[in-house]
Design a binder for this molecule. Structure first.
Ligand code: KG4
Ligand code: ZN
Length: 324
């Protein structure tokens, strides 16, 4: 049972148009003690009642990971309770085990966040395999970078979602990359959106001199923002769901989950349910608060590792990148 799920958002990055690693580490330092205090208060627990401490070991920004790892290690050591190291992407997948209505095993999970895009086959809570992933940008990055090109603040994904609701998803057509197997690519899409905007919709291939003036470009974006957002979102969703459909056909698995920040996208949530009913899938989508980065997903993963006695040594290091 989830007793608290406290999130300290970092607004500081907005004015820079993306996460600034050093500012993220400092904000982690400022927030970590108040967040833990608030979690204890909300859950009406004392430190002495804790059975173990789970923390994100990887992947992520090394400075932010260091703050969490050092804090978790110190707390576990002082309370003489086990320490549990959690893989951030595994935790996104296991967010699907938080609600009452859980997927059966094996299930496939489309994990879409700011840094990752993966199709994961999950045979039991701790037995997972990445069977497809992006070869370049992540889906969340495609949303955020498109938003930046449109002059929208960071993170742009939620804003594209909002404007897309008012737009025509078929107003503009961006081509779908042809990547073999279950892997994804978003960098070509990003480049074609850049040229499309530079040329105010007149072309989405590179031109040595832009076909329009900066004023005309801005006017085009302002007048067509909803349609541009809807069309970009439609393409990102079709790239994701076509591969997910392929993965389901290849594995014969029809228990399908969504995870990661981009699974908060309303267009993606509607589309996966629609495709799911035609493909005979059982679709599971975590509540919004468990889609974007959150403490509960680390806790549920910690819970399963605790049951399996998968504890970490106290000299474990965080890792910016890690395979699993
Ligand atoms: O999983 P997450 O919270 O953090 C990472 O581990 O990266 O994902 C953040 C990503 C960002 O790229 C953000 O723009 C995207 O999730 N995102 C969305 C929406 N809400 C968050 N993208 C599209 N539509 C949304 N509604
Ligand atoms: Zn995440």
């Amino acid at each position: 049972m989830i007793k608290s799920n406290i999130i300290a958002s970092q607004q500081i990055h907005q004015k820079y148009g993306g996460v600034v690693p050093e500012l993220a580490s400092r904000a982690h330092l400022q927030h970590i003690v108040p967040v833990v205090d608030e979690a204890l208060q909300q859950s009406r627990l004392t430190l002495r009642e804790l059975d173990a401490i789970a923390f994100t070991q990887s992947p992520g920004l090394i400075g932010a990971l260091l703050v969490g790892a050092q804090f978790a290690k110190s707390l576990a050591m002082s309370l003489t309770i086990p320490l549990i190291a959690v893989h951030h992407m595994q935790a996104h997948v296991l967010a699907n085990l938080i609600p009452e209505h859980k997927p059966g095993f094996p299930f496939l999970c489309l994990t879409v966040s700011g840094g990752h895009t993966q199709i994961v086959r999950c045979d039991s809570p701790l037995d997972m395999k990445v069977i497809g992933q992006t070869i370049d940008d992540a889906a969340g990055e495609a949303f955020d970078k498109t938003a930046k090109m449109l002059g929208l603040p960071y993170p742009g994904g939620p804003l594209i979602d909002k404007y897309a609701k008012e737009g025509n998803p078929h107003a503009y057509r961006f081509t779908e990359p042809q990547i073999p197997g279950l892997d994804f690519s978003f960098s070509g899409l990003k480049t074609s959106i850049l040229y499309f905007l530079q040329n105010a919709g007149k072309s989405n291939v590179y031109k040595e001199t832009f076909l329009v003036s900066p004023e005309e470009r801005q006017a085009f974006i302002s007048a067509n923002l909803n349609d541009i957002c809807a069309s970009v979102q439609e393409r990102i969703i079709s790239i994701l769901l076509n591969k997910l459909r392929k993965a389901s056909h290849e594995t014969g698995i029809r228990e399908i989950c969504l995870a990661g920040g981009v699974s908060a996208n309303s267009g993606l949530r509607d589309a996966i349910k629609r495709i799911g009913s035609s493909e005979g899938w059982k679709v599971y989508i975590p509540a919004f608060e468990y889609c974007t980065d959150n403490a509960a997903m680390i806790a549920i993963t910690g819970h399963h590792k605790f049951l399996a006695s998968q504890f970490a040594p106290l000299d474990i290091s965080p890792a910016a990148r890690a395979s699993w």
